[in-house]
Design a protein around this ligand. Structure first.
Ligand SMILES: O=C(O)CCC(=O)C(=O)O
Length: 319
């Protein structure tokens, strides 16, 4: 195993493994960078997990501008209806990519080297995943393209599609803007031991990157239950037990989450390549472990505050 890589903090495994203090301390450099870049971030980070403060912030939302008449690649999606569904359940489905756009982003995903486990020292083509695990001597669960996605015209066309902005403005308010864009692979990993796999049990969590946020997700490969489908807990964006508001961590065990909202509210999103949906990521959600098939996914995130450079690349800061 190359020495640099063996010494590298494996943020993926830290984030997914137990140990609250260990998880928090691994993220301190990232938090410090966020505060230095934008001191108002600290206020958001402390208060936005508590419902009364969130509700107060929603009251400051500006009215959405009139719907634009610009043509969308998604056809006739009704932005107001999507925003209503989002307010009710936290999720809206039915934003499927045209096949040529899906194929172009998927082609980019296969041909562009990605970075394993958020680590820029682990660079490989997705087709060489097995070899990369041998070369770097570790399980590689994810592969991000970071800023390379900006070279993919089809991905930019999705990011700039008027319906995404219209839905975001109708839900978040007129100040909504793009704050993240990323594509990444989730890999099944044969080299992981049972212990690593059980540590990698992916947790329900909520996102705290902004006061009000939306994430559009698009599958670029077929996703069945063995390809790491995304799971969203309906209604969890507006109702929260106190324990999950006054909490230091954003990830919580499935039994605690599901006993409160009910198992039937957990929506497992499977579908063919091109399937797209949008959710309020303050609601509990998670990516599950890809068991047999790799999953390529694109995310376009909208928020209401100044986007940070790090979030734009989806990259944590490594100590
Ligand atoms: O990989 C997934 O399906 C989930 C991604 C996620 O949890 C997030 O973007 O916050």
């Amino acid at each position: 195993m190359p020495e640099t890589v063996s010494r590298a903090k494996d943020l993926e495994s830290i984030a997914r493994s137990g140990g609250t203090l260990r998880r928090i301390s691994a993220r301190i450099p990232t938090y410090l960078k966020d505060v230095c870049e934008n001191p108002a971030w600290l206020l958001m980070f402390v208060l936005a997990r508590i419902l009364p403060f969130r509700r107060a912030h929603w009251l400051t939302a500006k009215a959405a501008p009139k719907l634009s008449s610009a043509e969308s690649m998604f056809g006739n999606v009704d932005a107001r209806k999507a925003a209503e569904d989002l307010r009710r359940g936290g999720i809206f489905t039915g934003l499927d990519l045209p096949s040529e756009i899906c194929m172009a982003i998927s082609d980019f995903g296969w041909k562009t080297p990605c970075f394993g486990n958020f680590d820029r020292r682990i660079e490989f083509l997705p087709g060489d995943h097995g070899m990369a695990e041998m070369q770097f001597g570790r399980s590689i669960l994810s592969g991000h393209h970071f800023e390379r996605v900006l070279k993919c015209e089809a991905a930019l066309a999705v990011q700039q599609d008027p319906i995404l902005l219209a839905i975001a403005q109708n839900y978040l308010g007129g100040e909504a803007r793009v704050i993240t864009t990323r594509t990444w692979w989730s890999f099944p990993t044969r080299s992981a031991t049972e212990a690593e796999l059980s540590r990698a049990s992916f947790k329900f969590h909520f996102d705290l990157d902004d006061w009000r946020m939306l994430k559009f997700f698009f599958y670029l490969t077929d996703v069945d239950v063995d390809a790491g489908p995304h799971v969203y807990v309906r209604g969890s964006h507006r109702r929260r037990r106190l324990k999950h508001q006054f909490t230091l961590v954003v990830g919580h065990p499935a039994d605690e989450v599901l006993s409160f909202y009910g198992e039937k509210e957990a929506m497992t999103l499977t579908g063919p390549a091109g399937t797209g949906f949008v959710e309020d990521p303050f609601g509990f959600h998670m990516g599950t472990l890809a068991r047999s098939t790799p999953r390529l996914m694109m995310e376009v995130g909208f928020g209401v505050s100044k986007p940070s450079q790090r979030r734009y690349h989806g990259e944590p800061v490594i100590r």
